[in-house]
Design a protein around this ligand. Structure first.
Ligand SMILES: Cc1cc2nc3c(=O)[nH]c(=O)nc-3n(C[C@H](O)[C@H](O)[C@H](O)COP(=O)(O)O)c2cc1C
Length: 232
């Protein structure tokens, strides 16, 4: 399976499921409009190489079709196979292993060096209140009573160099209310551009207290226990 987003993008490109856009594009509505059209035609993921004013590329639509979604979680590209695989992983989570460090800590900005605006973040839609990052990323929070982790995709609006706003609904909302009652700030980590299987697992409607990282890591993802749809 794919250890990280980069290897997944390489694989998509090899299969012609990812296309590079070499022309310069504007983060302000143009990227969103192009992606919308491509979505409507069930087209490839897009790697925008030149976003106006930025040195880094931007990828979008990564999990935008059943075919790409199935590749990400390691099953056949049929909706029934995807559902079966996700359900199987949700029913057989494993205990995640905590490690002391990771590649995400290779580049660290602190204090006044922090500026999330350095990333090429689109204003996707005309009526959006601003620029939203974290549409291919996770929000990781913790239950103050049990210590259990929660993971979900919550798009985050850039409010300043070191400020992101998110709509604290669903389980993040429940946890935030708990932290509020305790009068303590809620610790939050946001993880942008990670491996596609963990992204997919983070959207499983797991019960509060069930760790989506454990679902992502379920061996079902790699075909160790092929379901009847995938075995066909
Ligand atoms: C691209 C994307 C963006 C999402 N943004 C939000 C969001 O802003 N708010 C929200 O409540 N759910 C959002 N979701 C759905 C949640 O990630 C999903 O329902 C998840 O299961 C919630 O997890 P939790 O209830 O364990 O926190 C988004 C999903 C995707 C794929």
């Amino acid at each position: 399976m794919f250890e990280d987003l980069r290897s997944f993008l390489d694989d998509l490109e090899e299969r012609k499921l990812l296309r590079r856009v070499r022309a310069e594009v504007d983060w302000d509505l143009e990227v969103g409009a192009i992606q919308r059209r491509v979505f409507d035609g069930e087209g490839p993921a897009l790697l925008f190489e030149r976003v106006r004013g930025y040195e880094w590329p931007l990828v979008s639509g990564v999990l935008g079709t059943p075919e790409r979604y199935a590749l990400a979680i390691g099953c056949q590209p049929h909706l029934r196979a995807i559902i079966a695989r996700v359900r199987d992983a949700a029913e057989h989570p494993i205990e995640p292993v905590l490690v002391g460090d990771g590649v995400c800590q290779e580049n660290v900005d602190r204090g006044t060096a922090i500026d999330v605006r350095k990333f090429p973040t689109p204003k996707w839609h005309r009526l959006d209140g601003g620029r939203y990052i974290g549409t291919l990323g996770l929000v990781v929070t913790k239950d103050p009573e049990t210590g259990h982790r929660n993971v979900g995709i919550y798009r985050e609006q850039i409010l300043g160099p070191d400020r992101l706003g998110l709509n604290a609904t669903q389980q993040v909302g429940t946890l935030w209310q708990k932290w509020r009652r305790l009068g303590k700030p809620m610790p939050v980590a946001t993880v942008i551009g990670l491996d596609p299987c963990t992204l997919a697992a983070s959207c499983v409607q797991a019960r509060l207290g069930e760790d989506e990282f454990g679902i992502a890591a379920s061996p079902a993802r790699c075909g160790a226990r092929p379901c009847r749809w995938c075995a066909a």
